[in-house]
Design a binder for this molecule. Structure first.
Ligand code: 1HN
Length: 355
């Protein structure tokens, strides 16, 4: 002790370097060298703002459609990978996004996994996602959920290609090392039908539910509803826009809810829609939930930090955590968005700032 060099002296610094070198093989490292990067005063993220033009993505997806079947691929999907996270298959640190193509007559085999998924229909009309053997017939801009560990398969019995956005919590599940997945036994492609298409929407989608403990109460009580049709959410937005001024930071915005608890649609993923009337520009807002957006209708501009993007129908874009977002509507602009706000709110992490 007595002959230890004065802390901060050149001698102390070189002895510390020697100490680090000796410790490293035992997987021991000094916190004081990294603390400032571990606990930052505000969020830092590798996620970059990015826009995917739909027409370009669609052309590549249709080419893949000529080269591999949905059954061969299991899921024929182009991943929207964030340019700031190469090789990650992730669109944000917690979420995945992909564009899935299913051609007329094709099936995507039944499976289930611990990842939660949502589908948001980009084009086509009449293919289905079946959840636990009940089909949801998918129409443009419908939202369909496949919550974790529920059997799901897809099929296209319509005459047109169907393309939808898949939003999953793959990076979140990978973070927890909690991925499980399985196919139906005996190579079965489709789940046996358990209920007619639309049955759940009628039983659980109109502020009603079957009596608990009866055979009519088919759905898991925690996540009863899985289909949120465009015709319904669009009409709600339109009614809202007729009757009130838009919120300065969000425009007219509605969140999709799980009717069982009034919370977000799935444990890890929240989803919403918004309408910005023609000529409206939002005030800048930032939030800790990085968000993936789809342009449903209209044209406009997005400013994300110092990036500017022009928005056209069906384009997709991603806003990183804590980057300031400003939106401008050239015509009535309708957006769908999903994020990990559901998980962050449960963990006490979620924050926003409105300028
Ligand atoms: C999945 O289950 C689907 O069911 C799509 O359509 C994309 C990406 C990774 C893992 C599971 C689907 C997926 C996926």
């Amino acid at each position: 002790m007595t002959d230890a060099p004065a802390p901060g002296s050149n001698e102390a610094r070189s002895l510390l370097q020697a100490l680090y070198k000796e410790m490293a093989p035992q997987h021991l490292f000094p916190l004081w060298e990294v603390l400032h990067a571990l606990v930052t005063p505000k969020p830092t993220s590798p996620v970059q703002p990015h826009l995917w033009q739909y027409d370009a993505a669609r052309a590549h997806l249709l080419r893949a459609g000529d080269l591999i079947s949905a059954e061969q691929a299991e899921r024929r999907v182009l991943i929207l990978e964030n340019p700031g996270m190469p090789g990650s298959s992730a669109v944000t640190t917690s979420l995945y996004a992909g564009l899935q193509l299913i051609l007329p007559g094709e099936v995507a085999p039944c499976h289930r996994h611990t990842q939660c998924a949502l589908r948001f229909v980009m084009e086509g009309d009449g293919a289905f996602t079946a959840l636990d053997g009940e089909k949801a017939i998918m129409r443009p801009f419908d939202l369909v959920l496949t919550p974790n560990w529920q059997w799901h398969d897809h099929g296209n019995t319509s005459g047109q290609p169907m393309i939808w956005l898949d939003g999953l919590d793959i990076p979140t599940v990978r973070f927890y090392a909690a991925s499980f997945a399985e196919r139906l036994p005996d190579g079965a492609m489709a789940h046996p039908e358990t209920a007619p298409a639309g049955d759940t929407l009628a039983r659980y989608g109109r502020n009603l539910r079957p009596f608990a403990g009866t055979t009519a109460a088919r759905r898991p009580s925690r996540l009863p509803l899985f289909h949120y049709p465009y015709a319904e959410w669009r009409e709600s937005l339109a009614a809202m826009a007729r009757g009130a001024d838009p919120d300065p930071h969000l425009g007219h915005a509605l969140e999709f809810v799980n009717p069982a608890d009034g919370g977000p649609v799935m444990p890890t993923i929240a989803a919403h829609v918004r309408l910005l009337p023609k000529g409206f520009a939002t005030r800048p807002r930032r939030a800790t939930d990085a968000t993936v957006f789809v342009v449903v209708e209209g044209e406009g501009r997005a400013r994300i930090g110092d990036r500017e993007m022009t928005l056209a129908p069906r384009d997709l874009f991603v806003v990183p955590s804590w980057e300031s977002l400003t939106l401008e509507a050239a015509g009535d602009l309708v957006l769908f968005g999903y994020s990990d706000a559901a998980a962050q709110q449960k963990l006490g992490l979620w924050r926003e700032a409105r300028e």
